[in-house]
Write a protein that binds this ligand. Sequence first.
Ligand code: F6R
Length: 369
Amino acid sequence: EKGGHDYFMLKEIAEQPQAVGDTLLGRVGPDGMLTLDEMRLSDQELRDISKIIVVACGTSYHAGLIAKYAIEHWAGLPCEVELASEFRYRDPILTRDTLVLVISQSGETMDTLMAVRHAREQRSRVLAVCNVNGSTISRESDAVLYTHAGPEVAVASTKAFLTQLVACYLVALYLAQVRGTKFGDEISEIIGWLAETPSKVREVLATMEPVRALARSLADERCVLFLGRHVGFPVALEGALKLKELAYMHAEGFAAGELKHGPIALIEEGLPVVVVVPSPAGQRVLHDKIVSNIQEIRARGARTVVVAEEGDTAVEPYADTLIRVPVVPTLLQPLVATVPLQVFACELATAKGHDVDQPRNLAKSVTVE
Ligand code: F6R
């Protein structure tokens, strides 16, 4: 049932190209335009939206943080991202024109379900991105966009995360299409890139041996830091979360721009720091700033593990280990940049002798608040 893999997690990491492809299937028309039949919210309702609040927990929350960049950029809508466990204990400003986008693999997470109920009581519309058909969250929401990742058995979320990203991109692009905030050819260009992502993820998976070797060499470390900017920041958070839950190691993700406001004090001789580098073409300014950050932390003794696009030569002098990912548009980079971090955490935890499918103290779906 593990398809020849030692762990479900390894199987699920390997299934990601397929899962991403399946989530796109049937959602793009021959004209390159999106058709989200299951949307159940009319075009007029979608045009009336004035704000989006994304609500989720854990890895799904990280998908939401990335969705914000896509929603703002493509759909031109204000977007906030909230931890479900915090959401209803504040006084979030919810109106009929607020779309609450909830993201949940299981569709059973109690914190997220309570947020759905709270939003609907305030008469906001709720759109769920869910992986499990007929789950409680999908039944209680106004509309559902299913991710077609297939069953995810390992406690640590991998393929569900990638498909959540795809679903969120589709929502952002669909809103752009309906609201006319982007031209049709811009939308179909991105859709074309999305269609390429299964093969890009496959390329990444084919080059993971050095990442595994690196992970094994770091099995005795006590702490690993992750840095990123823009959509690479949530990728850094996700890399750190995977390492915490699987390897039981102290791991922290930071926005690279925050380094100088505190975290740089943590840098000491030999500390492994994983840096997710934005595309030099798509994000020139941020790219150059992060290259300076890599220089700074390396000068203070950090052991740098750099995740950078193919052809980005500027990072080479400062990378103790260089992990290459294929060139894709900036907003889509998390689809390729997250994969090495999943493999890294999985291999490091395995090297420590942990059961990566059943990390201690964790359950696959958290049905208590
Ligand atoms: C991390 C992980 C958890 C879940 C979180 C939300 O690998 O799996 O952080 O992402 O518990 O679960 P869902 O998406 O089912 O609501």
